[in-house]
Design a protein around this ligand. Structure first.
Ligand code: UFG
Length: 328
């Protein structure tokens, strides 16, 4: 049993991670400012309301607990918002992360998992995208994540901080047991929006662009089940505890689905009509993002449990129908 600090543990991916760590009998401390997370999504552990901007709080927390590792899920994630308000993205995603890393080093906690993103690659030069693909982010969100990856390399060299960066492609789905799911406000992600249209919670789904250079003209993404992402974190932190060096891994299923294919799969899974409108392209959307996750399979022994898009949608649908009606 280890003691792990999960920052952002009340959010979408963080809350699933907390559940998985508790199931593995770890002692979990959750730090979240609830700016976008939900207190009732934290199913156990010790919850602390607070922000990474608060260095006094961080110092107190690390003085009180001896953590065996830290997982960091507390980032801003909206590409469009990052273009309009880059300052808040650099402050939260970079400066606040630096606060956390410096506190860790000061307290000699040297095991860190970082939620990175496919957005660090920008417009891909080839797919599937492996770890060595050139990094050329095209928005402040992606740049903020790449900056932290670079900071982590420097912190390893200078202070021996061992980290693994997990670059998520499109996180999707919900807890297989139906306890947790995606509750962003506003919701901007394709699968929950499509399912909200299926449930009649919104009148239609707008497809952003149908003139991309893909077989059906809509964007292709690699959707990965949130539980599979969490499983990769578990394997990664165990690897670091075993003495593995710093690493970076791309996480997806290696299969791309177009926006139209996702909508068709959702029609099949839900048995509902899903009204569609076709709109303009959304700025900053690459045509195709598909991961090469071979390295994670080889080095972490990671394998996805739910690679099928239908299963991912089925779990998300169950959450939309039964789980997501909590107060925020
Ligand atoms: N889409 C629509 N209509 C919508 C919403 C999305 O057509 O109403 C399309 C998008 O244009 C895109 C695809 O559906 O082609 C997926 O969009 P999402 O917003 O669900 O996901 P993104 O691929 O834009 O973003 C995800 C993460 C980001 C991360 C990015 C990495 O949510 O945090 O992958 O590229 F930065």
């Amino acid at each position: 049993m280890k003691k792990i600090l999960v920052v952002g543990g009340a959010g979408y991916i963080g809350s699933h991670m907390v559940k998985m760590l508790l199931q593995k009998q770890h002692h979990v401390v959750i730090l979240d400012d609830l700016s976008s997370g939900h207190r009732d999504a934290v199913l156990g552990g010790d919850f602390i309301l607070g922000s990474l901007a608060d260095t006094a709080l961080l110092n107190g927390l690390f003085a009180e607990h001896h953590f065996d590792g830290v997982m960091h899920f507390a980032s801003f994630i909206q590409v469009g918002e990052s273009m309009l308000n880059p300052g808040s993205y650099y402050r939260n995603n970079v400066t606040n992360t630096l606060n956390l890393l410096e506190t860790m080093v000061n307290h000699k906690v040297l095991t860190f998992l970082f939620s990175s993103t496919a957005a660090i690659f920008g417009e891909p030069l080839y797919t599937p995208i492996n770890e060595i693909h050139p990094k050329n982010p095209i928005n402040p969100y992606g740049r903020s994540k790449l900056m932290v990856e670079e900071i982590l390399a420097d912190f390893d060299r200078a202070y021996g901080l061992k980290s693994i960066c997990l670059r998520y492609f499109n996180a999707a789905g919900a807890d297989a047991e139906g306890q947790l799911g995606e509750r962003h406000d506003p919701e901007t992600h394709l699968i929950p929006l499509v399912l909200q249209a299926a449930a009649g919670m919104r009148p239609y789904i707008t497809v952003f662009g149908q003139d991309y250079d893909t077989p059906d003209g809509t964007c292709i993404r690699d959707y990965i089940h949130v539980e599979d992402l969490c499983q990769a974190h578990l394997l990664a932190i165990e690897k670091l505890w075993d003495g593995a060096p710093r690493g970076v891994y791309n996480l997806g299923n290696g299969e791309g689905f177009s926006v139209r294919e996702v909508i068709d799969a959702a029609r099949e899974v839900t048995g509902r009509e899903i009204p569609v409108q076709y709109g303009a392209r959304r700025e900053g959307d690459p045509a195709r993002l598909v991961a090469d996750s071979g390295l994670a399979r080889i080095q972490l022994g990671w394998q996805s449990k739910y690679p099928e898009i239908e299963k991912i949608i089925e779990h998300a649908w169950r959450w939309i129908l039964h789980g997501s009606k909590h107060d925020s």
